[in-house]
Ligand binder design. Structure first.
Ligand code: X2X
Length: 334
């Protein structure tokens, strides 16, 4: 605006600190909220993407990243995204997003994906397209590629989890999600739904005994300070969809939308590579920091879920067609 221009022109000290390459203020400024610390690869690659977008749009489009629940916990960020107070939020269809779009949670079914090749072919293929359709119908814009969080492992402060019986009555934190609660109830545990923002203190004050997340998060959020054991259950995979408020996105010209999408989707590929590498490499670092790791045979856990009726129940909830799409990607789940 003219007024802003006049102010800057009269304030030499301030204008000297502005990036000189962009003669004008950004026309579109989108805030991004995430729930993990700045050091996590999610935020590292979002930061790089933000720089690239600014450069490639000649300063017209700017992202401002707010990591680590700075804007509020997941539930708050989801409300802000819906109202438009927040333009972008990273969340999976299995996490708080599932509280308003239950059908988007199907990728979180226990012990569905056996490895990364199976996972990416599904999430970049038909299953992912189905999930994005659910999210779009729920009123959001969603980028094509889902950012990797990882295969999840159970940590706790009292003992290694080797078989399902070890989870009996264990107070364990899970994200705020019906599917997640059901998974751990079916395994005999006593789960509580909490936003990630509350996890460290809930573990520290022993409101819960355990939680489940991949090594990149256990490390970035320093959960190893308040957890002793890490059991490599790989009981489910999770990632983050890049969600955008529909009205805000609609105000961005098509050519800029195309640049933003292209940059984000390629940054996401780089993030996936980093996360997968960290989730292996960090196990050694976490062990050096005092965590005790144990391998887990998933078969008895899957049997326990079957016996508890978990697969039958969720097949009924999601419906035969989406379930068939999941089974097409991962094999029979019963
Ligand atoms: O809340 C969690 O545990 C986290 C950070 O892994 C997710 O966003 C699912």
């Amino acid at each position: 605006s003219r007024r802003r221009f006049a102010t800057l022109a009269g304030a030499g000290a301030i204008s000297a600190a502005l990036p000189l390459r962009y003669a004008h203020a950004a026309e579109h400024t989108f805030k991004i909220g995430t729930n993990v610390p700045a050091s996590h690869p999610l935020n590292v690659h979002l930061t790089k993407a933000a720089e690239q977008v600014k450069e490639q749009t000649n300063g017209k489009f700017e992202f401002q990243l707010f990591p680590n629940n700075q804007l509020g916990a997941d539930s708050d960020m989801l409300s802000q995204l819906r109202s438009g107070a927040l333009e972008c939020f990273l969340n999976s269809g299995v996490n708080v997003l599932s509280t308003i779009i239950p059908a988007a949670a199907i990728s979180g079914v226990g012990f569905a994906f056996k490895d990364y090749p199976a996972l990416w072919s599904a999430m970049d293929g038909k299953l992912g397209a189905h999930l994005r359709q659910q999210i779009t119908r729920g009123g959001f814009v969603v980028m094509d590629k889902i950012w990797d969080n990882g295969f999840r492992m159970i940590t706790n402060s009292s003992k290694p989890i080797v078989q399902p019986e070890d989870l009996k009555n264990m107070k364990i934190r899970v994200p705020v999600s019906a599917l997640w609660l059901s998974l751990f109830k079916s395994l005999g545990a006593s789960p509580t739904g909490l936003n990630f923002a509350e996890v460290y203190s809930a573990l520290q004050t022993k409101v819960v005994d355990g939680q489940e997340n991949p090594p990149a998060i256990i490390s970035a959020a320093k959960l190893f300070e308040v957890q002793k054991y890490c059991s490599v259950t790989n009981h489910m995979w999770d990632g983050w969809w890049f969600l955008i408020n529909r009205r805000a996105w609609g105000q961005v010209p098509a050519d800029i939308q195309a640049t933003v999408s292209r940059v984000l989707n390629s940054a996401c590929e780089a993030e996936r590579a980093d996360v997968a590498a960290q989730n292996i490499a960090l196990q050694k670092d976490l062990a050096a920091a005092g965590m005790i790791f144990n391998d887990v045979n998933p078969a008895p856990f899957r049997d326990a879920l079957s016996k508890a009726g978990f697969y039958k129940e969720w097949r009924g909830k999601f419906g035969d067609e989406p379930w068939a799409l999941l089974e097409e990607a991962v094999g029979t789940l019963a």
